[in-house]
Design a binder for this molecule. Structure first.
Ligand code: ADP
Length: 316
């Protein structure tokens, strides 16, 4: 009988431009590690990182609480969280803890849940940080690769990314508001023009075609969003310059990573990655903002086992 399980879950970028709340991509930039241990009673979080220790307010804690209730588990559970992903910078930090917790819980109690169910439980934890449930980051972090999320009912489609896809993530050193996701959702327009919706839909469709055909160039040059990015870019100092510089340095496409403030550039050319990073840093410097840059590629998920994908909509 297993009494302790450790699972690692990757960082992720959500939206990829036009796929707001729908697209996610797991990235090997950072990982969270969650260890679940059977204890006598209750749910106890142990962490040295500055995240909430109250299970209701911690994404991993809330996942464990919800799964414990659903599967009528009487044991108490200790949750040890080691954060590798900086929280609140648009790299799915809160989601990775939730993803690792869902997969670890599944293993600890031998539940053998499928991919969709794991994503559903992991998503339920996002309520602790974002106030609402959304699945783009957790789906990428649980399943790895590129994901398309359909809701009502939840149905996640996973596609293996092309081998040569690379990303540069520029993380500005700025203070992020405590309820950043809520704040950045608040600036998105409630009504949009039909012509804008058509533009975004065409680019989102091209991104999916790019992943299916392993066409990195098509993915990169379809990262164009005329709805959410214009509304959110005001929250990122120097965004236009960062984007312009990255494109000039050879990036195929550039956008805000998730709810920001990190900016992500897509490329297929390993040689130009350092140049793109430098160009993005210079863009931030022009607004007196420092930044850290990371070169990364797509990652496997926390549940990187084929059996987890069974009964999910499809998987390539
Ligand atoms: P990200 O862009 O990293 O996904 P979010 O806005 O979703 O950021 O979440 C960051 C906020 O979520 C932090 O303020 C933090 O207090 C809260 N939070 C709750 N649980 C966790 C967790 N396990 N890991 C990281 N952040 C968490």
């Amino acid at each position: 009988m297993v009494s302790k399980v450790t699972v690692k879950a990757p960082s992720s970028t959500a939206n990829l431009g036009p796929g707001f709340d729908v697209f996610g991509l797991a990235m090997d930039a950072f990982y969270d590690t969650v260890t679940l241990t059977k204890i006598k009673k209750g749910i106890k979080i142990i962490t040295e990182d500055s995240i909430p220790a109250n299970p209701e307010k911690n994404t991993a804690g809330l996942v464990v609480k919800n799964m414990k209730k659903k599967f009528k588990i009487k044991d108490g559970i200790g949750i040890k969280i080691k954060k590798g992903i900086p929280a609140g910078f648009g790299m799915g930090s809160s989601a990775a803890s939730a993803a690792a917790a869902a997969v670890a819980f599944d293993k600890l109690f031998g539940l053998r849940l499928n991919g969709n169910s794991l994503v559903e439980f992991a998503g339920s934890g996002e309520k602790a940080s974002a106030g609402t449930i959304h699945y783009d980051n957790v789906a990428a972090s649980v399943l790895g690769g590129f994901v398309i999320v359909r809701t009502d009912p939840l149905d996640v489609i996973r596609i293996e990314p092309p081998e040569n896809l690379r990303m540069c993530v520029a993380v500005p050193t700025i203070d992020v508001p405590k309820k950043k996701t809520k704040v950045s959702r608040g600036v998105i327009p409630k009504k949009i023009k039909l012509s804008d919706s058509i533009l975004n839909l065409s680019n989102a469709s091209a991104i999916v075609a790019g992943f299916l055909n392993k066409d990195t160039e098509l993915i990169g040059n379809s990262i164009k969003d005329v709805i959410v990015e214009p509304a959110r870019q005001r929250m990122i100092p120097g965004f236009s310059k960062v984007k312009q510089n990255a494109i000039r340095a050879g990036a195929l496409g550039v956008t805000i990573s998730g709810a920001g403030p990190s900016v992500i550039a897509f490329s297929k050319n390993s040689d130009s990655l350092k140049k793109i990073c430098r160009a993005m840093s210079k863009g931030f410097t022009s607004s007196n903002t420092k930044c850290q840059t990371i070169i990364c590629k797509p990652s496997k998920g926390a549940a990187d086992k084929r059996k987890y994908y069974e009964k999910s909509s499809c998987c390539f």
